[in-house]
Design a protein around this ligand. Structure first.
Ligand code: IMP
Length: 220
C-alpha cells in the first residue's frame, strides 16, 4: 500500500512516516508529485480543509491520500483563532505576531478563563472517493508570557496543566505523545491498519477463489 501525505513540510512527513512506517506502508509526499497545485484551505472547519486536501491529492495521484488541518481554539475568544490560526495576525504566517495578538486579547483575563484546546483533524481519502477522518484534541491553558524555545506556532503560550510546562518546553517525543496531532495520527494509523487488513483479506479471498478454480479445472 502506498500513501501520499498532502504536505511539503518535512517535519510533518517524518512524524507521520515514523508513526505508520511499522505498518509496511510506502509513504510519499507532495515533493514526489511536484505537478499538484496547492489546495486553498478555505473551509470553515478543520475537517472541511483536511477532507478537501486529501480528496484533491487522491484525485490527482490515484493513490490513497492523507491530509491534516489543525489550530488553536481559545474558550474566551469563542473558539478563535480556529481555522485562522496560521494567519491570526494577518497573512504571512508570523508566529510571533500571532502570539502577541493572542496575549493582547487575553490581557487581564484570569487563569481560570484562559482554557484552550489544540485540535487536529486527519482525513484519509481513497482514490474511489471514500473518506475517513480522525480527530485529536489537547486541552491546556494560555499563559501570560511566552515560555520555552522548542516547537512552533502557539507552543510557547500553550501550558499543559498536568506537566506545568508549555508545549515549547517539551521535547518532541513528549509533545507528540499528548498532542492533538499525535492523537489524530494515532487514530489515522488504526484506520490505515484496518484498510491493510481488508486489502490482505481481499487478496486472500482472491487467492482462495483462484485455487478453487484450479481445483475445478483439475477435476475435468
Ligand atoms: P497546520 O494545520 O499545520 O497548517 O497549522 C495551522 C496553524 O495552527 C499553525 O500555523 C499554528 O499557528 C497552529 N498550530 C497547529 N498545531 C500547532 C502546534 O502543535 N503547536 C503550535 N501551533 C500549532
Amino acid at each position: 500500500m502506498r500513501i501520499v501525505v498532502a504536505t511539503r513540510n518535512r517535519g510533518k512527513l517524518e512524524e507521520l512516516a515514523s508513526l505508520i512506517g511499522s505498518l509496511g506502508v510506502e509513504v510519499k509526499s507532495l515533493d514526489d508529485y511536484p505537478h499538484i497545485p496547492e489546495v486553498v484551505e478555505d473551509g470553515e472547519t478543520f475537517a472541511e480543509n483536511a477532507v478537501k486536501k486529501a480528496r484533491a491529492v487522491a484525485g490527482a495521484t490515484g493513490e490513497i491520500a492523507l491530509a491534516d488541518d489543525s489550530g488553536l481554539e481559545v474558550d474566551y475568544l469563542g473558539g478563535a483563532p480556529g481555522v485562522y490560526s496560521a494567519r491570526f495576525a494577518g497573512e504571512g504566517r508570523d508566529d510571533r505576531a500571532n502570539n502577541e495578538k493572542l496575549l493582547g486579547l487575553l490581557r487581564g483575563v484570569p487563569r481560570e478563563k484562559r482554557g484552550a484546546g489544540f485540535r487536529c483533524v486527519v482525513a484519509l481519502a481513497l482514490p474511489g472517493g471514500k473518506v475517513f477522518t480522525a480527530e485529536g484534541v489537547c486541552r491546556g491553558i494560555i499563559g501570560d508570557q511566552p515560555l520555552g524555545e522548542g516547537g512552533f506556532g502557539y507552543d510557547p503560550l500553550f501550558i499543559v496543566p498536568e506537566l506545568g510546562k508549555t508545549f515549547a518546553q517539551l521535547d518532541m517525543g513528549t509533545k507528540n505523545a499528548i498532542s492533538h496531532r499525535g492523537k489524530a495520527f494515532a487514530l489515522a494509523r488504526e484506520i490505515i491498519a484496518g484498510l491493510l487488513a481488508e486489502e490482505n483479506r481481499a487478496a486472500g479471498d482472491g487467492e482462495k477463489k483462484h485455487s478453487r478454480m484450479k481445483d475445478i479445472g483439475g477435476s475435468f
